[in-house]
Design a protein around this ligand. Structure first.
Ligand code: CTP
Length: 401
């Protein structure tokens, strides 16, 4: 999942040859999980059809204040501006840029630009001499002085046949530019987070194991939200049916507590934050039968030995890292959670009580209490997505201490 996922993008298209490239641009945005609405200047329709753009964006394309059929509706430029997380004007012609700089509002695109409160990116496209003209340079400077973000034109062959600067940045480069810009301000950018998730399985024989009902959902959700906040994530996952993919994510799949420890241990030193959401088995069979154990009429005893306590072991090695653990309790919840906070040398612990309805392993919701040395914060029953956000908010405030 990238920074563009779920973003609402208002794409303004003006009348330049490069307008034909906006079809790819819309496709790239949609593929990244963004929603796109398109506004065109009337003249831009000579370069690309509204039908192409509405098909690719799956949204209506607008270009004037009223549509020209008998059921005319007024296209509300203020509403469009408020809807968007950001506006992108691409291609931005010399004509439109001059109007934007001067405050002219003689079409829907310009009126929307003037009323938009969201960040505005613009990607100029024109011939090389037009790009070099002092008037254009003045527009570029003025627009940037208003806080608009310039996506510089690229060099190459121009529609006129000339070669030079003025070509609209390629759609891939526009997307990369915006992604980069959006991730600069993310609060966990540059932070490495190590997360454990899911259960561990401890073998009894080649076909049987001791395990637990952990689904891994909480840990995966934390990983997903941490990525959205700009973190680099290493997710050490026990056996789950879950999958997650992202550029800044490494998933290490393990089965046993020992394997989980080894994976966590090898990445601990370079991590900034460790969040242990896994339900690690506390015991494992002392010996693993080499062959499938046969049924007998007598009772069966399996001798168990403790597994390594991953979090407590890493808690002892902690230097600069922030450590967050989970505690699932059924009784004397706070007391037990505080005990673990201390024993495992944690910065805070996320307490789930099995006495709370909707909390626990299989559900999509959770009800947590965050316990640190200084404070106890209780939260409402929420979706695991929202719970993950609350936990990460707490982590971010730890980073600022
Ligand atoms: N944990 C761990 N390694 C273990 C056991 C637990 O890293 N072998 C981590 C869990 O991921 C969790 C926290 O420690 O973040 C608390 O786990 P829990 O099982 O509740 O605590 P225990 O120390 O095992 O205590 P108890 O079973 O007695 O409640």
């Amino acid at each position: 999942m990238g920074v563009l996922e779920g973003k609402k993008i208002l794409l303004g298209i003006t009348a330049g040859i490069a307008a034909y490239k906006t079809a790819s641009l819309v496709r790239l945005f949609v593929k990244s999980g963004a929603e796109v609405k398109v506004i065109m200047t009337p003249a831009a329709k000579d370069f690309i059809t509204p039908l192409t753009l509405s098909t690719l964006s799956k949204n209506e394309v607008v270009s004037s204040f009223t549509e020209d059929d008998e059921n005319a509706v007024w296209n509300n430029h203020v509403e469009l501006g408020l809807w968007a997380d950001f506006m992108l004007i691409a291609p931005a012609t010399a004509n439109t840029m001059a109007k934007m700089a001067g405050g002219t509002s003689n079409n829907l695109l310009l009126a929307t630009y003037l009323s938009a409160k969201c960040p505005v990116y613009f990607a100029p496209a024109m011939d090389l001499d037009m790009y070099q003209h002092p008037a254009t340079k003045k527009s570029l400077d003025t627009l940037q002085s208003y806080g608009n973000i310039l996506i510089p034109a690229e060099s190459g062959e121009l529609a006129s046949g000339l070669k030079g600067e003025g070509r609209m940045a390629e759609p891939e480069n526009i997307v990369a530019f915006i992604e980069n810009r959006l991730s600069i301000d993310l609060p966990l950018r540059g932070k490495k987070i190590l997360i454990s998730a899911g259960p561990t399985y401890e073998a009894i024989d080649p076909v049987r194991f001791i395990g637990n009902h952990s689904s891994g959902k909480m840990g995966y959700e934390i990983a997903k939200q941490a990525l959205a906040l700009g973190a680099e994530v290493i997710l050490v996952s026990g056996p789950t049916g879950l999958a997650l993919e992202a550029k800044e994510l490494t998933i290490i799949r393990v089965t046993t507590a020992q394997q989980m420890f080894e994976a966590m241990n090898s990445h601990f030193e370079n991590a900034d934050i460790l969040i242990a959401a896994a339900a690690v088995a506390d015991y494992r069979p002392k010996t693993v039968a080499a062959q499938k154990m046969k049924k007998k009429d007598t009772s069966l005893q399996i001798e168990l030995e403790p597994t390594i306590d991953i979090l407590a072991t890493l808690g002892k090695q902690k230097t600069h890292q922030k450590l967050i653990g989970f505690a699932l309790e059924t009784n004397n919840e706070l007391e037990h959670a505080k005990g673990k906070l201390e024993r495992k040398n944690l910065d805070f612990i996320v307490l789930n009580s099995l006495n709370d309805k909707g909390a626990g392993f299989k559900s999509d919701t959770n009800k947590i209490t965050i316990v640190s040395k200084e404070a106890i914060k209780t939260f409402e029953l929420k979706s695991k997505t929202e719970v993950a956000k609350d936990i990460l908010k707490e982590v971010i405030s730890l980073m600022h201490e």
